[in-house]
Write a protein that binds this ligand. Structure first.
Ligand code: TYD
Length: 206
């Protein structure tokens, strides 16, 4: 059986990656492909602890959280029945909402990016995406949707997302052997979705 392709969606909060992943799944299924849509953090053992950290239900240092993302990722890749590799080996196309570039962009707010890349080395060796799609939006457009929050909170969010976006660009530049395509998602979603589909179909045809 031919191994399936692995396509990752990345972007800052509110960049529309989840919507694009869903749209692409529908489109590929309509064309007869078997598609598995998954995301990180997962709902596995490490992922559940991570989600509790993200919602304030568990308290760990940021560096330890970076390690947990890496642990969750290895579980996500290698789990013998539910893992990404297991799905790819069944010939399925795997679409993943966030993968290691999220660690490089977000967790490097709190630790050196080189170290984050280093602790994710095994993941990069075992399973590199066939394509990473970076959905790009200006950080202000997410913050403008933060209704009912104070001006200060909005300002802080724009500042953080600006740094996350810069970290993404820095990580793409630092890892030129990764196949990354940037899609401008400040455009209407149907327009960006056509570009996403064309990029994915090119990879599937290889
Ligand atoms: P997610 O559930 O995708 O939230 P959203 O739909 O808002 O993008 O991700 C939750 C948070 O986890 C998000 O703020 C990004 C962060 N994150 C990391 O910090 N490192 C990682 O490796 C991953 C996968 C996510």
């Amino acid at each position: 059986m031919t191994r399936g392709k692995f396509i990752v969606f990345e972007g800052i909060d509110g960049s529309g990656k989840s919507s694009h992943a869903r749209l692409l799944k529908e489109r590929l299924e309509a064309a007869g492909h078997l598609v598995w849509l998954t995301c990180e953090p997962t709902d596995g053992e490490a992922g559940s602890l991570l989600r509790r950290c993200l919602t304030g239900g568990a308290d760990l240092p940021e560096q330890a959280i970076a390690g947990l993302f890496m642990t969750d990722r290895l579980d996500h890749i290698l789990h013998p029945t539910k893992g990404i590799l297991a799905h790819l080996e069944q010939g399925e196309i795997v679409l993943c909402d966030r993968y290691y570039f999220s660690s490089f962009a977000y967790n490097s707010l709190f630790a050196p990016m080189d170290w984050i890349i280093e602790i994710n080395r095994l993941a990069r060796e075992i399973l590199r995406p066939d394509l990473t799609l970076f959905l790009d939006i200006p950080p202000e457009s997410f913050a403008s949707r933060m209704t009912g929050r104070g001006e200060r909170e909005r300002y802080e969010k724009i500042e953080t997302l600006t740094r996350v976006r810069e970290n993404y660009l820095k990580a793409f530049a630092a890892l030129p052997d990764e196949r990354v395509a940037t899609v401008d998602n400040a455009r209407p979603i149907e327009v960006a979705a056509e570009e996403v589909a064309a990029l994915a179909e090119k990879v599937l045809a290889e």
